[in-house]
Design a binder for this molecule. Structure first.
Ligand SMILES: Nc1nc2c(ncn2[C@@H]2O[C@H](COP(=O)(O)OP(=O)(O)OP(=O)(O)O)[C@@H](O)[C@H]2O)c(=O)[nH]1
Ligand SMILES: [Mg+2]
Length: 237
């Protein structure tokens, strides 16, 4: 079993080295046969160049350089295609700012091995949660998760989580190029398409911790975009 971990990055120079070191340690401690795919959108802070350097001495590190910032969804897609081409059996995605704890990776693998096709790292099941979030962010996130359940009939509880593990069969079965949405709505669309295709989706609890280093990049437009995606997917049902 070969695992790939996709790390989309835009201006993560303050986090990337530590993140790669953490993942490398988690892999070796848990005897995981895997590789890391950084997908960098030509970060002005030089994240991509840093990874090119790290890659020279750490052979599990791969990078996909993209010419410009095209959003999280496009970055995930590029990382997924790269992972499939490089024979990954399980494809994970996670943020590069330590909001997602790399030490939880074995929990995702265990859950997949108990019979799931996609495992979501969930803040909204027992044992999950968020740390240090202001009330407005809690409300936006809760709304962003309640609405997809209501409008699209999603059964899972956290469909905007970027901490996920997909079996390759799931990604191979989707027409990745046809996925239109970007950002958080990309994540909702993936959950929707995968549930609709009849795959089994499980959840494992995570505690989401706010980033300590680097700047936030997710725009306010995101909320509106997610609502538009929900309506589009609902009408296409
Ligand atoms: N390649 C690529 N990566 C991105 C882009 N936007 C965000 N990212 C990365 O995607 C991950 C999640 O983005 P974040 O900025 O942490 O989003 P967030 O967690 O909602 O917000 P903050 O943590 O408050 O910044 C991080 O690793 C980012 O560096 C993008 O347009 N392209
Ligand atoms: Mg973040």
């Amino acid at each position: 079993m070969k695992l790939s971990v996709i790390l989309p990055t835009f201006n993560e120079a303050l986090n990337i080295e530590k993140m790669i070191a953490s993942l490398t340690e988690v892999f070796s401690k848990n005897k995981i046969n895997g590789f890391i795919v950084v997908v960098d959108d030509d970060s002005p802070d030089g994240t991509g160049t840093l990874v090119d350097e790290i890659k020279k001495t750490n052979k599990i590190v791969h990078i996909v350089h993209r010419k410009k910032k095209e959003g999280l969804g496009r970055a995930y897609l590029a990382g997924m295609k790269y992972s499939l081409k490089n024979n990954a059996d399980l494809i994970m995605t996670m943020d590069c700012d330590f909001s997602h704890d790399p030490n939880l990776i074995p929990n995702f693998i265990k859950k997949i091995n108990s019979g799931y096709d996609l495992v979501l790292g969930s803040r909204y099941i027992e044992g999950g949660g968020v740390k240090d979030w202001p009330i407005h962010r809690r409300i936006i996130s809760l709304g962003g998760n309640f609405l997809p359940r209501l409008i699209l009939g999603l059964k899972t509880h956290d469909n905007t989580t970027g901490y996920r593990c997909y079996k390759k069969e799931v990604l191979n079965s989707l027409n990745l190029d046809a996925i239109k949405s970007n950002g958080y709505s990309f994540l909702v669309e993936m959950s929707f398409l995968i549930q609709k295709a009849g795959f089994k989706i499980g959840e494992t609890p995570i505690i989401f911790k706010d980033r300590e280093l680097g700047e936030t990049k997710i725009s306010k437009k995101e909320i509106l975009r997610t609502l538009k995606t929900l309506i589009r997917l609902r009408l296409k049902l």
